[in-house]
Design a protein. Sequence first.
Length: 301
Amino acid sequence: MSWLLFAFSGPVLWAISTHLDKYLVERYFKNTSVAVLLVFTALMGLVLLPFIWVCEPDVANVPLSSILVIVSSGLLYMGAIFFYLQALQSEEASTVAPFFQAAPLFAYALGYVVLGERLSAMQLYGGGLIVAGAVLLSIRPGGARRFKTRLVVLMLTCALCVALSSLIFKIFAVSNEFWTTTFWTFVGQAIVGAAILAVPAHRRQFVGLFRVHTSALIAINASNELINLGGGLGARYALMLAPLSIVQAITSTSTLFVFLFGMVLSIFFPALGREDLSGRELTKKGLSAILIVAGVVLISR
């Protein structure tokens, strides 16, 4: 099978996951704290901990200082999801998704400071295009008063948390072992879930939602996690068959698939998702997507 199929499985499946997240927020968490949704993410990681421990019993043979830092990677990841879900409560999936492309920009900056990596002029130009595309998506007709400051702050903070979490994971996965690092990252996610349930209001919301919508929440969340896993595995497999820069350029097309799937839902299944399909919005989102993808391509070269 062509490596292109594996490479494109990442952005396609991640785009589907974005719309599933939007559906969950709109259907079950529109009037509740999205922090409750993080409990389900924490539970998925918690379920995997015993299996990782059985397959990799040396997960505990790590210095306490390293464990604490790796756990912080899980905390940052959960923080990123929280800001992302907050944005999804009030914005379209195709408007929120492109801001994830700011994460590579932060990652390159962190790599420069922490790892001593140097940015080329082309990478700097690419970073500028990413920022320009994200800012363009945040503006609506009506002047500066319509600038979506909340969206920009939420998603740039989300992207920074993603970059920091990835940096920590990379450092320790290389020096220790992939599954050991994954184990303690999941522990960090579980800690966040436990902290959320420790808040009485959040605990009541979680129990109430789970009691009323047990089957639906389990089925949709489980499907969402499997979709994310499939996208990640496909993209990683493609890295073994093709140059890293090409695969990264392809996986950056997730924004385009989010918008494409949003159009399909709006036309054929409007009850599941709605996108603004006016000519002005189509033009703006198309230009934004082109700028962002072009920026990621330049950074990847």
